[in-house]
Design a protein around this ligand. Structure first.
Ligand SMILES: Nc1ncnc2c1ncn2[C@@H]1O[C@H](COP(=O)(O)OP(=O)(O)OP(=O)(O)O)[C@@H](O)[C@H]1O
Ligand SMILES: Nc1ccn([C@@H]2O[C@H](COP(=O)(O)O)[C@@H](O)[C@H]2O)c(=O)n1
Length: 231
């Protein structure tokens, strides 16, 4: 480099999409922490707005009722990969958004176009504010939210592997029931009209079925480094 100039890393935008339980959150957090990037869990935002709908007595089977109030809750995401946060109207909802009740309702709420428009705008503003770059994970990041992302990854894994991972997490939950619930949510997310779960044409697909989490993280870190090096 001429005149002893120091080259600083350019901000990099990484989009990681895929079905439930493929390892998006675990991988994205670790990759962001390792590379000094911000991290955004977009599923947590859809869970947060779903939690708000339930808490305010909105019928989640009524898209027009949801659409009418979609602009009301103020959702704020903290993007430190070592300590991500999520609040709704100033209330910490990190725990309640992970309940079975919210999980079973989130696909219906996230299918409403007015909800998607609101949350997509929020996601773009978070990504634009991330000075050192960001890893954003979800279902439609590479296709809709950040179509110009520097790197797009689509994680997959067999339903059996994903159910086994989730059952382990839920301490002994029935693997077959967990598998069916994952498939049901993926089917709803893939078949909605607005911005469905889908692989972007230019995404790199990584099948994690037979990979450890460390191997997936290493693979994605390498892909980001190659992208930064212009390979
Ligand atoms: N390659 C892997 N091998 C084994 N376990 C894994 C692997 N990747 C992730 N896991 C585990 O699987 C579980 C689900 O992972 P994670 O929450 O990251 O998936 P996700 O794609 O973000 O899921 P969701 O979309 O439902 O939020 C976690 O317990 C995680 O530790
Ligand atoms: N970009 C996204 C991200 C998530 N969703 C919806 O939220 C649900 C919960 O996501 P998790 O990653 O926390 O499991 C998911 O099932 C989708 O309905 C979305 O639509 N778009």
């Amino acid at each position: 480099m001429e005149n002893g100039a120091v080259r600083t890393a350019q901000p990099v935008i990484v989009a990681i999409d895929g079905p439930s339980g493929t390892g998006k959150s675990s991988t994205s957090k670790a990759v962001a922490a390792q590379l000094g990037l911000s991290y955004l869990d977009t599923g947590a935002q859809y869970r947060a707005i779903t939690w708000w709908m339930v808490a305010n007595g909105i019928d989640v089977e009524d898209p027009s009722a949801i659409a009418a109030v979609a602009g009301k809750p103020e959702i704020v995401s903290g993007t430190d990969p070592d300590a991500p946060t999520i609040t709704v109207d100033g209330v910490d909802v990190a725990a309640p958004i992970r309940t079975q009740d919210v999980t079973s309702k989130v696909s219906a709420v996230s299918a409403v176009p007015e909800v998607r428009a609101r949350i997509t705008e929020l996601q773009r503003s978070v990504a634009a504010a991330a000075g050192r770059g960001i890893v954003v994970e979800g279902r439609d990041i590479g296709t809709t939210v950040l179509p110009d992302a520097d790197l797009k990854i689509f994680l997959t894994a067999s339903p059996e592997a994903r159910a086994a991972r989730r059952s382990g997490e839920l301490k002994g939950a029935d693997v077959d029931a967990t598998r069916e619930a994952l498939i049901k949510r993926d089917t709803a997310d893939s078949s909605r009209k607005t911005s469905p779960l889908a692989k972007a044409d230019d995404a790199v697909e990584v099948d994690t079925t037979d990979l450890t989490l460390s191997q997936v993280i290493e693979c994605v870190v390498t892909l980001v480094e190659e992208k930064r090096a212009g390979k």
